[in-house]
Design a protein around this ligand. Sequence first.
Ligand SMILES: [Zn+2]
Length: 110
Amino acid sequence: MAKIDQKSNKVIFTNAEYTKAWENCPIIQNRDRKDFRLCYICKYPMEFKINENMSNDETAWVIDLINIKKPVLEIDNYIGVHANCVQNRTKKNATKLIKRIKMVGWMAPE
Ligand SMILES: [Zn+2]
């Protein structure tokens, strides 16, 4: 279960939660789904190993909530996005948007 860090007021996710949030991200057809997924906000690839747990890289991905109107810390409500893209989300409830994006066959440039 995610914990709230009292000092920074940040949510600390477990490795299992990172893995599950990753499973919720759209796949890229010509990349290994274990290593690369699509950021639904900017439509550019994210790399699994570069997450906020271990990296300050600007391409690091974080766990965001799919529906922030219903701010529950549950696996089904988690999605991975680039840390820099969180501020660019347009919908408070991105459930339908993500569903539509997942229906598209995304390809990364070779
Ligand atoms: Zn992004």
